[in-house]
Design a protein around this ligand. Structure first.
Ligand SMILES: Nc1ncnc2c1ncn2[C@@H]1O[C@H](COP(=O)(O)OP(=O)(O)OP(=O)(O)O)[C@@H](O)[C@H]1O
Length: 511
């Protein structure tokens, strides 16, 4: 079923004017409210932040990808609203089926739902998520790479069945990368939307008119029986609005960067590149090193004109300092234990966070978020081709290292999620563990450490009830096989589904 188009007023009415009592949660791009349509159907309404380019990108991605997926293990996108506002801009709203028990992140890690203390429930959730991914990877054609598999993007219905949500960072498989490039700005208010049909290597296009009607439907070709997916996009190259709408990859990247800089209060050095180079050369000639910037010193603050500016600078400095001290702690621990092993990347935080590769250069919005392993997307830097997007601690090593983005990236993230489900804790717990327990702080490293010592069951959530030890061992081993550094060594998602339902224990991967 294709998503329906709703007017903003219908959705306002359904949610009692977006009443705070109906608020379900807050995402990176805006709040989510629960509501009831006049038909009695219960819905979740996601209001996207106005004016955010990333929000717009997520909205388009969600509509074009999630809109065509029909699986019991994926949250249904029921509809959308994209009304033009009187003062310009537009209100972007997404409408989903209501998942009464909220996100797995909340249920498992925040409010500790008592139902999830039952081992069986956790296994069923793990299988549901794997089946959802299996649908995306194996049934969808071309395959959909979710790109952000994590507990926050898994929602639970009234019976605790798990479904995958949030396709804001999803993409179609690599060999059809041009498809994503086509989804630049979908102007659903306009009367011209071009629908593309992808079938093998041939792509045929069909024009579709979108008038004032309540729903958007794509007309498809003659062969309706084939299981191919249909992708609705504005054809940025050929549509009449193309010139107006088109944002070049470079500009888009620049916009993302600017947006991020503004939102993260990053310090902007206004020295021109040529001035910088000149200063650098002078320093080199004199044999000097670049002076350390004492952003936090009173002396520096004195130079600032207003009190407000002083305050801001101090705040930024604190954020920088706290992330630096975390980095130092890890480097220290790393140095003492791993001195003998020669591997350049091991001296960096990347190694310890395993899977963070490619994101380390980013300045986090909040150091506390960073440590929790749950960074809102809006707080991370993304690039246009989505090659290094995702959530820290869940993102696969090759994602952002120039590696091929494939289904195996989702498999890696699934491996981390599976460990989180088994252990009932976040993938990274900085602050809770002292430095000497650095391995324990990183769930993936801790699992590997326990595997080497043959103590896998120590990983299981101590509060779990009705534990099936044999099943727990299978689950942890499957997770470790998903977490192999080399994508080719990881399981495929259908292997995961099979192994999780299989009693026989898979062999331990080389660690
Ligand atoms: N379909 C839904 N049914 C019930 N609750 C939902 C639904 N969709 C979202 N929520 C609630 O709203 C919260 C925010 O969701 P949203 O998808 O906007 O953000 P997120 O995925 O946590 O963040 P981000 O988009 O930055 O990754 C969720 O954590 C969940 O509690």
């Amino acid at each position: 079923m294709h998503p329906q188009r709703y007017s903003y007023s219908t959705l306002r009415h359904a949610t009692s004017s977006f009443s705070p009592s109906n608020r379900l949660g807050q995402g990176g791009f805006g709040p989510v409210y629960q509501g009831t349509l006049s038909s009695g159907k219960q819905i979740a309404v996601k209001l996207m932040d106005k004016g955010s380019l990333q929000g717009e990108h997520e909205f388009n991605n969600e509509l074009s990808l999630a809109g065509g997926i029909d699986s019991d293990h994926v949250v249904s996108l029921i509809g959308f609203s994209s009304d033009k506002k009187k003062r310009g801009g537009r209100r972007m709203v997404l409408v989903y089926e209501l998942m009464v028990n909220g996100s797995l992140q909340d249920a498992l890690l925040n409010r500790m739902c008592p139902e999830l203390m039952d081992w069986k429930k956790r296994v069923l959730i793990a299988v549901d998520i794997a089946k959802g991914l299996e649908f995306l990877h194996r049934v969808c054609d071309p395959p959909v790479i979710h790109g952000d598999v994590k507990p926050g993007n898994v929602l639970l219905d009234s019976n605790f069945n798990a479904k995958i949500a949030d396709f804001g960072l999803s993409r179609l498989k690599n060999d059809r990368e041009e498809v994503l490039n086509g989804i630049e700005v979908v102007e659903l208010d306009d009367t011209y939307v071009r629908s593309r049909r992808y079938c093998g290597d041939d792509a045929s296009t069909t024009d579709v008119s979108v008038g004032d009607s309540a729903s958007v439907t794509t007309s498809v070709g003659d062969d309706e029986k084939t299981p191919e997916r249909f992708l609705r996009v504005v054809d940025a190259e050929t549509s009449p609005e193309a010139d107006n709408n088109k944002i070049s990859g470079h500009d888009k990247g620049k916009n993302y960067v600017m947006e991020w800089i503004e939102s993260s209060n990053a310090i902007i050095d206004e020295t021109s590149p040529s001035e910088k180079l000149e200063k650098k050369q002078q320093r080199r000639l004199k044999g000097e090193r670049r002076p350390a910037k004492k952003w936090w010193s009173e002396e520096f603050c004195e130079e600032l004109s207003t009190k407000e500016e002083k305050k801001k600078k101090k705040k930024r400095a604190m954020v920088q300092l706290s992330s630096r001290s975390i980095r130092e702690q890890f480097t220290l621990a790393n140095d003492s234990k791993m001195k003998s092993r020669r591997r350049s990347s091991w001296g960096s935080i990347d190694f310890w966070l395993d899977g963070l590769n490619g994101l380390s250069g980013e300045i986090r919005k909040k150091s506390s978020d960073w440590a929790s392993g749950e960074i809102p997307k809006s707080g991370t830097l993304t690039n246009t081709n989505a090659s290094m997007r995702g959530t820290i601690c869940y993102v696969a090593p090759e994602n952002g290292n120039g590696g091929v983005i494939s289904e195996k990236c989702d498999v890696y993230s699934y491996g981390v999620l599976l460990l989180v489900l088994i252990a009932g804790r976040r993938p990274l717990q900085i602050g809770v563990s002292p430095v000497s327990e650095f391995e324990r702080a990183n769930l993936v490293l801790w699992a590997r450490h326990l595997a080497r010592r043959g103590k896998l069951l120590d990983l299981v959530d101590p509060g779990i009830q009705c534990l099936d030890e044999g099943q727990a061992l299978v689950c942890i081993r499957v997770a470790l096989q998903c977490l192999q550094h080399l994508p080719s060594k990881r399981l495929t998602i259908d292997e995961v589904v099979r192994k999780l339902s299989d009693v026989s224990q898979p062999h331990l991967p080389a660690l």
